[in-house]
Design a protein around this ligand. Sequence first.
Ligand code: FPP
Length: 250
Amino acid sequence: MSFRFLKKRKPPFYDAGRIPVHIGVIMDGNGRWARKRGLPRSAGHKAGAEKLRNVTEWCGNLGIKYLTVYAFSTENWSRPSEEVSGLMSLLIEFLEKYEPEMAIQGVRLRVLGDMDSLPDNIRRALDNAVQRSVNRQKMQLIIAFNYGGRREIAHAARKISEMITQGTITPADVSEDLISDNLYLPDIPDPDMIIRPSGELRLSNFLLWESAYSELWFSDVLWPDFSEEHLRKALEDYIHRDRRYGGVKS
Ligand code: FPP
């Protein structure tokens, strides 16, 4: 299937079986985008939030069911306090500003991360937005906020240890499925593809367990410059990947 074909014939003409069900995105490069324009880093994050709004809409139109975006990592607390508080405010602004269009577009919102150590107002805003969206069915936007892959795996390990201590399971019951079932959002399928713009070639603690067989797609484009063409190119590349999951070509 050629890129041009994808462009001309929009879904439902896509081969639904080959489109990724779940895409993860590491929204990187906001700071560099701002610096190139002589703007403060906060302007880059604002442009990045606007891009998230666009990408959510494009993914919905393309038939992607789950979009997980890395908005704030467990390591991002080490940034200057003004940047951290700016990102917290931007989250609240994003949830308020785009609520009406997410409702129209049928976007259900989920949050992935360590909610317990977030400030109360942020947790409440997230909880409210998640609750309001619970019946929307077109796609799910999963915001990874105060998220770290290692922290998520530690969280699962702790829950499983408690089950062992309580005697509901034994150590022999600990399996890959049991660990998956005790991650933050066990009902979300593993990502088929992870996109990282900005030229960095690493996962940076994003979806470590879930990405075992994800296809990785990297580009030098900075996140605020990411376009629908980039998304379509990533999808075209994905469609041509040979996913063998450790097996052999059939
Ligand atoms: C990494 O790029 C980006 C982040 C840590 C923040 C990502 C946040 C957004 C895209 C805004 C949307 C967020 C919300 C809260 C809805 P960087 O800033 O480190 O870029 P750099 O590597 O070029 O400095």
